[in-house]
Design a protein around this ligand. Structure first.
Ligand code: BGC
Length: 484
């Protein structure tokens, strides 16, 4: 049994598109995921869409009852850009969108639950995508304007802002591959353009907060980065290099410009993309450069390190065959193969259970990002198929939290908040409704989207109430019926 450190706050998270439904209610306009799911259901594993999802737009008060049941200190949710700004631009605020988030925030506070708000969790207004979306440098202005609207409307009550969730996942999967909306697949070019613009858009939103709102609103503002750890499959010098390159491509690319003392993109990435670009006959590197002014502008623009973590991957270069990935592409620039080694396979590959990986990733952030306060904004376990008894999920949380406590107590990592992903089953992007990450199960066939507590919800409730981690146990709580 281990006591949680005093001051470590516990919460749960969701995101707008994944839970709200009401995709065309009132004046809300479509975003890139609406468009993709409607026009190409075949891109989603089970061909579902999120037109209804958990219907949280309608049933958010039931979500709050679930949060109260768990006893969480905060709730991380995201705001849908086109629900609040139907034109995508800051010229018109939707009254319906405003009322929805305003009520949600007020009711959370009335119940002593702190709202933690993500400004962008991947639902870009479609009309902005039609102009290039994150590949257009004007997104820096558009995003800054949108963030400013939110600070003005809600910043008197919201004290914790996350500008952008997981740049790599929508920047690389969306602009350099065919995995996530908008599936531009401008491999080797689009993902790097998007990455640069994402970093600068985040920095713009932070500067606006810092200069215009911090004094009066007294909150904090930062970015969330996916930190699934990247290591080497063996101790061979070649594999060690591959592991070091992998962590810089996957985590450093977005962390370095914001959290390092030097700023700009990490040297390893700069060198590899420049060399590959030259080999391929490009007149300049496909990785755009930051100007000296942009480097300064982006540096130090996060009050905490928002840290999402699910699993770990191990890299090797000895088996990598040039041409096995599209040329040019981000994957070819990294030029290494990965696997998850022989750890417990989860039902979804990206939740292969490798608990020591989270400790390594926390230490990596401490050592490479100027020892920032770390806000774990997501950690959780997904399964295919539901069921209320979920020993694997409880086991995952026990092991990961055990390693987080080691990182805090033994490695001196400054972890300030922990967030379980997710409050309830929801629309899991390209996996649709088939992947389940919820502490609460959602019946998607039911018009009212009945939510029922899983054993993991009971376990998490007990963790919060006792502030004691039963890491030495394997038993799970007796199932009790709690329906919302
Ligand atoms: C995202 C979530 C997603 C979760 C589980 C993260 O990449 O931020 O929206 O549901 O992983 O895959």
């Amino acid at each position: 049994m281990r006591k949680l450190p005093q001051g470590l706050k516990l919460g749960v998270a969701t995101a707008s598109f994944q839970i709200e439904g009401a995709w065309n209610t009132a004046d809300k306009t479509p975003h890139i995921w609406d468009t993709m799911c409607h026009d190409h259901p075949e891109y989603i594993k089970d061909k579902t869409n999120a037109d209804d999802a958990c219907k949280s737009f309608e049933f958010y008060e039931r979500d709050i009852e679930m949060l109260k049941f768990l006893g969480v200190e905060f709730y991380r949710f995201s705001i849908s850009w086109p629900r609040i700004l139907p034109t995508g631009y800051a010229n018109k605020i939707s009254e319906t969108g405003y009322q929805y988030y305003n009520n949600l925030i007020n009711k959370l506070l009335a119940n002593n639950i702190e709202p933690v708000v993500t400004i962008y969790h991947w639902d870009l207004p479609q009309n902005l995508q039609d102009l290039g979306g994150w590949a257009n440098p004007l997104i820096v202005d558009w995003f800054g304007d949108y963030a400013k609207v939110l600070y003005k409307l809600f910043g008197d009550r919201v004290k914790s802002w996350i500008t952008i969730n997981e740049p790599k996942q929508f920047g690389v999967f969306g602009y350099g591959m065919e995995r996530f909306a908008p599936r531009i697949n401008a491999a080797g070019i689009g993902e790097y353009l998007a990455t640069k613009n994402i970093v600068l858009a985040h920095a713009r939103a932070w500067h606006i907060y810092d200069e215009e709102f911090r004094n009066t609103q007294k909150g904090e503002c930062g970015i969330t980065i996916a930190t699934d750890f990247r290591g080497a499959v063996s101790d061979s010098p070649e594999d060690i290099e591959a592991g070091l390159d992998a962590i810089e491509f996957e985590v450093g690319l977005h962390s370095h410009p914001i959290f390092s003392s030097k700023g700009g993109f990490p040297d390893r990435v700069v060198r590899r993309v420049a060399a590959k670009s030259a080999e391929q006959g490009f007149p300049r590197s496909r990785l755009p450069e930051f100007t000296a002014e942009e480097i300064e502008y982006a540096k130090g623009t996060s009050d905490f390190y928002g840290f999402n973590h699910y699993s770990t991957r191990y890299y090797t270069r000895s088996t990598y065959t040039p041409g096995s990935q599209p040329i040019p592409s981000y994957a070819d620039d990294l030029g290494a193969d990965f696997n998850y080694l022989d750890y417990e396979p989860g039902l979804l590959p990206h939740v292969t259970v490798i608990p020591p990986g989270i400790r390594k990733a926390l230490k990596w952030v401490k050592d490479n990002c100027n020892n920032p306060p770390i806000f774990i904004t997501e950690n959780g376990f997904g399964t295919i198929g539901g069921g209320l008894r979920d020993p694997e999920r409880i086991s995952y949380y026990r092991k990961y939290l055990d390693n987080i406590l080691d990182a805090i107590e033994e490695d001196g990592c400054n972890v300030v908040k922990y967030t379980a992903w997710s409050l309830m089953d929801n629309f899991e992007w390209d996996s649709g409704l088939s992947a389940k990450f919820g502490l609460f199960q959602v019946d998607f066939d039911d018009e009212n989207k009945k939510r029922t507590a899983r054993t993991s919800a009971l376990w998490y409730k007990n963790l919060i109430a006792t502030r004691t981690l039963d890491s030495n146990k394997t038993s799970i709580p007796e199932l009790e019926e709690h329906v919302f």
